[in-house]
Design a protein around this ligand. Structure first.
Ligand code: UD1
Length: 351
């Protein structure tokens, strides 16, 4: 298949490009080398033999040229992470939502009906929780005075007791709690509307916390694995927020690339137009403190420091079921986090 990968010069996108090319697809890349991800890097003319078109998905003419002769699009181009502050808001919405809208309109013009979209677990907001007294409940956002007092577990909206965390599946309520999360959910909705109207199939891959070789270094847009890795490289202890007991699912970028390939191959099996979402996770969640310790040990660096500090808008636990991706896409992560994180400790990061 002739496949366009937007954002194909980025951390995840470049691994997706390699996986698609290795599977025999004819791959091309559209990437703007956005400074939030690339920090002024020189444009690469090609990426392991794949031609890179330098340009922005928000630009109609660029998109038209990139879509010419294409059978499917794997849309990875986006601004990720928490960002610096609300001044980032227009750029998140522009890159992620306007960019997706321009791309989808172009796909409609070119009669391209296959889309794999990079989404994120952030669309759920807090993970799943149950109260001993009231059963499954949706926690309200954590209160600043609770966080300042070191009470980090979300509470029951009915009786205020601390809740037990569980596992989210794709049909759970979606409740984005940051600008980035809101733009990711809007992308899913736009892709769904496009697919229904044009008789197309779209798949949203809700990535969990992706890590691996080529991850950008410590920036406001980086995930915690890169932040800890950069600290350890400087000889500094990783600064673990809250009490370190918050749980995430760290999934290796090679598995994420394999999930994209599986999703692309499964698109034609669906007979109802629209979008279908899948959690892309290792299935082996761990606490942020444990992840920091694994990295620190692998780098023989200073032990992590649990600071009790917190970030407004952070969720406490987000752990998802990888079952649907297994059952419908035939995708199961193969890199155990312990092995992947130990390897990541010495893998090259992007400048
Ligand atoms: C956030 C973003 C998500 C993005 C991801 C990676 C939201 C709500 N979340 O998710 O969209 O995909 O970043 O860019 O928009 N932590 C530390 N020390 C640090 C930094 C972070 O302990 O120096 C903790 C955080 O408090 C959090 C956990 O590590 O509990 C994970 O943080 P992060 O990597 O930013 O990812 P998410 O919050 O899961």
């Amino acid at each position: 298949m002739r496949v366009l990968v937007t954002g194909g010069a980025g951390f995840i996108g470049s691994h997706v490009v390699a996986a698609l090319a290795a599977a025999g697809h004819d791959v091309s890349v559209l990437d703007s080398l956005h400074p939030a991800a690339h920090r002024g890097e020189r444009p690469a003319a090609d990426l392991d033999g794949v031609t890179v078109r330098l340009g922005d998905v928000r630009d109609r003419d660029t998109v038209d040229a990139a879509l010419d002769g294409v059978d499917a699009v794997v849309h990875q181009a986006a601004m990720v992470g928490m960002g610096v502050d609300l001044a980032d808001l227009p750029e998140y919405v522009g890159c992620n939502d306007l960019g997706t809208a321009v791309l989808l309109a172009g796909m409609a013009r070119h009669s391209i009906r296959r889309l794999v979209l990079a989404s994120s677990m952030v669309v759920y907001g807090e993970g799943a929780y149950a109260c001993d007294e009231h059963g499954p409940v949706r926690p309200t956002a954590r209160r600043r005075d609770d966080l300042s007092a070191g009470r980090f577990e979300p509470r029951c909206p009915r009786c205020d007791s601390p809740l037990r965390p569980g596992v989210v599946d794709e049909d759970d309520r979606l409740e984005p709690r940051s600008v980035y999360a809101a733009t990711k959910l809007a992308q899913e909705h736009l892709a769904d509307a496009w697919a229904r109207e044009s008789g197309a199939n779209a798949t949203a891959l809700r990535y969990h916390n992706v890590y691996g070789p080529g991850m950008p270094r410590d920036t406001p847009y980086s995930g915690v694995a890169a932040i800890f890795r950069s600290a350890l490289e400087r000889g500094a202890a990783p600064q673990v927020y809250e009490d370190g007991g918050q749980r995430r699912d760290f999934v290796h970028v090679h598995d994420v690339a394999a999930a994209n390939l599986a999703a692309l191959h499964a698109l034609d099996d669906r007979d109802t137009p629209g979008i279908r979402a899948y959690n892309i996770a290792s299935g082996r969640p761990q606490t942020v403190a444990d992840m920091a310790t694994t990295l620190a040990c692998a780098m023989a660096g200073p032990a992590p420091r649990v600071t009790g500090a917190f970030r407004a808008g952070d969720v406490r636990h987000i752990v998802a079921s990888p079952r649907r991706a297994h059952d419908e896409l035939g995708f199961t992560a193969t890199v155990p986090p312990a092995t992947g994180l130990a390897e990541f400790a010495t893998a090259p990061l992007r400048a």
